[in-house]
Design a protein around this ligand. Structure first.
Ligand SMILES: NC(=O)c1ccc[n+]([C@@H]2O[C@H](COP(=O)([O-])OP(=O)(O)OC[C@H]3O[C@@H](n4cnc5c(N)ncnc54)[C@H](OP(=O)(O)O)[C@@H]3O)[C@@H](O)[C@H]2O)c1
Length: 231
């Protein structure tokens, strides 16, 4: 078996496809889902691939997160893929921002990825690969922001990029590499039907990139094709 990957938000979209593709390659996949019951497509994937295990986790439920870490005690995690996120309401233009959704999005998009690392650090450190990746977004790049708006999503992704950078420094001595990855504009519930990339193509590219990452990439913000994205 090539290794173990823990992926958050596998109900659908990029998380579900990543779970499928890693499992198809023979990885042990710890696929966490948010819904109260295992979503049908994830159930079907688990039937097809014996290495794919489904585990319930709302990433903002830190008691459940700790419980899961205890359930997995003594088991190594080569890659932690922090994928779960929310966009917030579509209308997040100036004057129309819902503060309660903004606070919620910070919890899901910024604080939870940090908490996942804190909670599963011993599992990651026990592995061969020791990689943490956060699926961020180009919308979190301040240098790339020429369009304005999207206050909720942009700010939570910029903030998680800072989390990635600090983690890469704080965990360097333990041999843990930490990166932020933009998966492209992808046809999922979040990306919409007019997005330029299929979910299969995005995940293929992200998977290839994850397997190439070494200490030289740690603390960087990378496009799905490996190109550096300005913060
Ligand atoms: N699609 C794009 O074009 C694009 C572009 C740049 C970056 N991204 C990033 O790519 C990642 C995946 O996005 P996607 O396009 O696949 O979006 P998606 O289809 O909306 O999937 C997001 C996943 O996150 C889960 N999630 C949300 N809140 C959660 C919580 N509190 N606990 C656990 N899971 C939770 C969702 O489950 P529920 O639906 O049950 O909440 C869903 O499974 C995200 O980080 C997103 O920001 C996407």
């Amino acid at each position: 078996m090539p290794g173990t990957i823990l992926i958050t938000g596998c109900d659908r979209g990029i998380g579900l496809e990543a779970a499928r593709q890693f499992a198809a390659d023979g990885w042990r996949v710890l696929a966490t889902y948010h819904e109260p019951v295992v979503p049908l497509e994830l159930q079907a994937a688990a039937k097809s691939y014996p290495g794919l295990e489904t585990l319930r986790l709302d990433v903002t439920d830190y008691d459940r997160m700790a419980e899961l870490a205890r359930e997995l005690r003594g088991q190594s995690i080569d890659i932690l893929l922090n994928n779960a996120a929310m966009f917030g309401p579509i209308v997040t233009m100036f004057g129309g921002v819902l503060l309660s959704r903004w606070r919620k999005a910070f919890e899901v998009n910024t604080i939870a990825p940090y908490k996942m690392v804190e909670t599963f650090l011993s599992h990651i450190c026990a592995s061969e690969r020791k990689l943490v990746a956060v699926i961020s977004s180009k919308k979190g790049s301040i240098a790339d922001n020429t369009g304005g708006g999207a206050y909720i999503y942009r700010s939570t992704k910029s903030a998680v990029n800072q989390v990635v950078r600090s983690l890469s420094i704080d965990l360097r001595e333990r041999g843990v590499n930490v990166v932020a990855i933009h998966p492209g504009w992808v046809r999922t519930a979040m990306g919409g039907t007019t997005a330029s990339m299929s979910v299969e193509a995005s995940v293929r590219a992200v998977k290839k990139l994850l397997l190439e990452i070494g200490p030289g990439h740690s603390g960087h913000f990378l496009n799905y094709d490996g190109a550096e994205i300005p913060w």
